[in-house]
Structures are given as C-alpha cells and as structure tokens.
Design a protein. Structure first.
Length: 135
C-alpha cells in the first residue's frame, strides 16, 4: 500500500515538476520583457525630452524689449527640461544604455546652447540693471 502511494505520488510529481519548470521559464521570460519595455520607455522619454528642449532652444531670440518676458519663460522651461534630461540620462547610464554615453554631439550641442543663452540673458539683465531700466 505504501509502495502504491509512493508510485502514485511519483507519477503525479513528475508532470507537476515539468509544469512548474515551464511556468518558471515563462515568468523569467516575462521579467526580461518587462525590463526591455522599461528600457524602451526610458529611451522614448529621453528622446521626447531632448526634442522638446531643442525646440525651446531653437526659437529665434526676441528683439530687445519686445517679448523679453516670453523669451525668459522659454529659457526657464528649457532649464527645467535640461534638469529632467539629466535625471533621465542618469537613469539610462545606470541601465548602461548606449544612447546616454557622455560626449554625444546632440547632448553637447543642447548643453552648450542652453549655457550660452543663459549667459546672454544674464549679461542682458546686468546691463539693464546698470542702465536702471527694467529687465
């Protein structure tokens, strides 16, 4: 009777083990797909943020006095986007994404453009303050 019970248990355990292994393999595959999906989402957010930042920086400068407040708002939005971009790039670097390597031309161009525009805006504000006129 005990031998029959052992045989029955053994006969049931083998298929169950096989099913458990298949389920485990599917769960592993699903985890890998989820990781890949998250990496792709990060790349998409990086691309969207970079594009938005470029569009803010590529706008022609407003003539002095006319639209200065709007130009300053755009510059502040660009600075916020740059902060968002830096955070996304750090996340991408943690995941070893090739698209976030330092020194890529597009990143450097955006960074330099933003720094130049911030510097120009600061110089204009200082010059206006010396003249005693509002910024």
């Amino acid at each position: 009777s005990l031998a029959v019970f052992d045989e029955t248990c053994s006969a049931l355990t083998t298929p169950l083990s096989s099913v458990a292994e298949r389920i485990g393999a599917k769960l592993d595959e699903r985890a890998k797909l989820n990781e890949q999906r998250e990496r792709l989402r990060l790349l998409q957010r990086l691309a969207q943020t970079l594009h938005h930042l470029e569009s803010l920086l590529d706008r022609p400068p407003a003539p002095e006095g006319a639209g200065a407040a709007e130009a300053l708002d755009d510059l502040l939005r660009a600075a916020r986007e740059m902060g968002r971009l830096r955070i996304l790039r750090e996340r991408g670097a943690e995941q070893k994404l090739r698209a976030v390597r330092p020194g890529l031309e597009r990143w450097e161009r955006v960074r330099k453009t933003l720094l130049r525009q911030l510097t120009d805006s600061l110089h204009a504000a200082l010059a206006a303050a010396r003249r005693g006129s509002p910024v």
